[in-house]
Design a protein around this ligand. Structure first.
Ligand code: DAH
Length: 345
């Protein structure tokens, strides 16, 4: 075995140029001076050489080892001083970065935006009302009688805050978005059309379909002449836009104190197309919202002159609609903040 020391020296010098950090320096040292390195190999080969060649090869090998040691020492100092000047100098900018996960809106926010967007396209203005409400706005002005069960402390969170305008009454966490109707009418004269999304609260024990906090969207349109047929037309368009053009809609007579007449709105089941399945409990229809023509007493409570205006109103539950639309079976999933659930939408 003969060694071309010139060639080895050239390679060493070439490689030395690329030593910019301790990692590469260590790899370089191991390659040449390590236990299984090139110099060990050269020294081991001496015994196989003819006697007269051994001194020269031995000397060349020693020179090479010295040169490499000098390179290592110099590089060590270089890297250290570069790191002292700027720790970042040791960072390998060629390593691919760690991608930051990109978040997105919560599915409930997406549904709220979609629904408000549909009504905004039909001329409604998006408004908000406070979550802390007066008993007057939440119940009295909406024609909800004093002995109505929803006023019970089991069904509404009362706060230890007196209602300033109405002595002996308390403020509360609104149990629906309907009190926003009163606020909007107190501040604005018809014609008006508003859509009000927001959180509402009820002291229900949490289960698959109940949560102490959830979201509703309230709609109110008031003018001198508004017809029940317009309410039905409006909500038909809404249901088709939200659930698809083929969706059928029906009004079922119902009672709400703040509307007369009132109805509950059903859509044809999107799973079985109205034939009957487990999602619609064999009915073929899914209840999605309440609606009606604004009760005259509500106009009076809001301070409008008797008999002058007519209005339509509706209210829907955001969680319920989202669960129906995406086939989600447990309301608690929305609030557990489990990324594995949230990132699916
Ligand atoms: N506030 C009702 C509820 O929480 C929903 C509702 C029904 C709102 C009919 C309305 C309406 O504006 O007209 O159950």
């Amino acid at each position: 075995m003969s060694w071309n020391f010139q060639e080895i020296e050239d390679t060493v010098q070439q490689e030395a140029k690329y030593i910019l950090d301790f990692q590469r320096l260590e790899a370089f040292r191991t390659k040449y001076l390590g236990r299984k390195g090139l110099l060990q190999e050269i020294y081991a080969s001496l015994s196989n050489l003819p006697h007269d060649q051994r001194p020269l090869v031995g000397k060349n090998a020693n020179d090479l080892r010295n040169n490499i040691s000098i390179i290592i020492e110099t590089k060590q100092k270089e890297i250290k001083s570069r790191q002292a000047q700027s720790p970042a100098a040791d960072i390998d900018i060629t390593i691919p970065g760690v991608a930051a996960p990109v978040g997105h809106q919560h599915i409930l926010t997406q549904t709220i935006d979609e629904i408000c967007g549909i009504f905004a396209g039909l001329g409604f203005v998006v408004q908000e009302g406070p979550e802390i409400e007066t008993e007057f706005n939440n119940f009295t002005a909406l024609n909800i009688p004093v002995d109505h069960p929803s006023r019970d402390a089991f069904d509404t969170f009362y706060l230890e805050l007196p209602d300033p305008g109405h002595q002996g009454r308390y403020q509360l966490l609104r149990s629906h978005t309907s009190p926003a109707q009163i606020r909007v009418m107190q501040k604005n004269q018809p014609p008006l059309a508003v859509i009000v999304p927001g959180r509402v609260y009820r002291p229900d024990a949490a289960d698959a379909s109940h949560s102490f906090m959830f979201h509703q969207i309230e709609g109110l349109l008031v003018n001198e002449d508004v017809k029940f047929s317009e309410l039905k037309g409006l909500l038909t368009v809404f249901c088709r836009r939200l659930f698809g053009e083929k969706t059928k809609m029906r009004f079922r007579p119902h009672f709400f104190p703040f509307t007369e007449p009132s109805a509950e709105v059903d859509i044809s089941c999107y799973i079985c197309d109205g034939k009957g399945c487990s999602v619609c409990r064999r009915k073929g229809w899914l209840e999605i919202m309440g609606c009606g023509m604004v009760h005259p007493k509500v106009f009076l409570a809001a301070g409008y002159p008797e008999g002058k205006y007519k209005g339509l109103a509706f209210g829907l539950g955001v969680e319920r609609i989202t669960m129906l639309k995406y086939g989600i079976e447990d309301i608690r999933l929305f609030f557990e903040n489990d990324i594995r659930f949230l990132e699916q939408f």
